[in-house]
Design a protein around this ligand. Structure first.
Ligand SMILES: [Zn+2]
Length: 62
């Protein structure tokens, strides 16, 4: 998700300012726009959306 010009991974909560050049993929989960960093993409490709945190959960945990 995006907060204050930062992108945060909806799975591992990695913020875009932690490391340069991290790529985030924008996706939809439960009709909500989410972002997933490249490190977490295999988990959703080979698994399911169960590990995706909702934007509300991300906001509460960061
Ligand atoms: Zn991630």
């Amino acid at each position: 998700m995006q907060i204050e010009n930062k992108t945060i991974c909806n799975i591992c909560l990695k913020p875009s300012d932690a490391e340069a050049n991290t790529v985030y993929i924008k996706a939809i989960c439960n009709d909500e726009e989410i972002h997933v960093c490249t490190g977490c993409i295999p988990h959703i490709i080979h698994g399911s959306g169960d590990i995706v945190k909702s934007n509300e959960t991300v906001k509460a945990q960061i």
